[in-house]
Design a binder for this molecule. Sequence first.
Ligand SMILES: Cc1ncc(COP(=O)(O)O)c(C=O)c1O
Length: 422
Amino acid sequence: MSITLSELGLRQKPSDITRLMAIAIERPDVLSLAAGFTDNDSLPLAEVRDIVNDISNEGPSGKATLQYGSNIGRSELRSILTSRIEAQDTLESGTLDEERMFISNGSQQSLYLAIQTLCNPGDCILVEQPTYFVFLEILEGLGVTPIGMPMDETGAVDVEGLKALLTEMNESGAIDRLKALYLVSYFANPTGHSISESTKMEIGSVLSRLERPIAVIEDAAYRELYFDSPHSARSCLAIETFVGIPTLYTSTLTKPYSSGLKVGYAYCTDDSWKESMLTVKGQQDFGTANFAQAIVERALSSGSFDRHLNELRGIYKRKMETLHEALNSELSELGWSWSVPHGALYLWLRSPNALQTDGDSRFHAACIENGVFYVPGDLCYPSERVQDRIRLSFGTLAVKEIEEAATRFSLAAKSMTQAVSR
Ligand SMILES: Cc1ncc(COP(=O)(O)O)c(C=O)c1O
């Protein structure tokens, strides 16, 4: 006898990437360029130990960090993070309201809460092509349909195409089910692309002309993880054309500090949406771990967070260059192409001659056979899945392992080219 799951429970299916990872795990020698994990060696264990020592000397207020906290998150942390966005967006201090900021279990939780409180099954969300594949999984799990926005050859949203799409949706009535537009705006996963301020501004003005408000979800998970300098565009929170558009800005302290502490944050300009997300969060966990928040709060206020992040930028830059150079010397003459990113953890490759790279392809099997694993790019597309892209992550492997993984990847690529030319 088996239980009957809810509609939501029945809708869930194991993600493609989990299935693929299970294949890789059967081969423990496989080097993974797939997982978006952070660098192991630089994780700030010593800094965290010092912070915990300081907390233990603080007396009752220190002890209270091991008590439940508030659902919305620690007030001091919210205030620091609100000021941090203001500084990044060159806004005057006090422009943003820390009551609109809440702390979440990674930014992943706020993305989930955002869709859960905004959408019914059958509703739809506009996304870039490609986009963050776990966001697509959230949508699938909640029965929400992603609609790919037209993109130009530089990887930016094609605003004229977006206008045409919205007109078409208006005429067909599909616009009634459109709830939000999702942007990964800084050093995006998977492409590394950052959205220019002028594109954001135009998107804002297109949305502000609609009859009904369509929310914007700006995912800025990698905003601070640049290699040399921040991307110049301000966030949607600071751009005039977004005034009046319900906007949720999400970001995280996992990638720039410690993924194991799993602290993220969100700023929402629409109070009823924010309250609804917080009420659901209250039902789920009544607050992100107070102790983890207290640690990052102290790291941020003492400056040790920024010192660590500065080091990380150099580490990821070196890893990116290692992977890029190793692949470049082997693959560029075979027709593989990619752009060199300016931040985050990924290279986004296009195979030559539309060589198929999806999870069922011969190329994917050849890579596993050679002992290297990647994320098939088709998982990052909402519907018509492009089959010749690959996401490689250089975050977690050590430099030597990246070199070895690149060699294995190149061998697989060469074997396919030979197979094609024979
Ligand atoms: C674009 C993007 N957004 C959000 C997240 C969620 O990360 P976290 O929950 O660690 O903040 C990730 C994680 O890989 C990501 O790549």
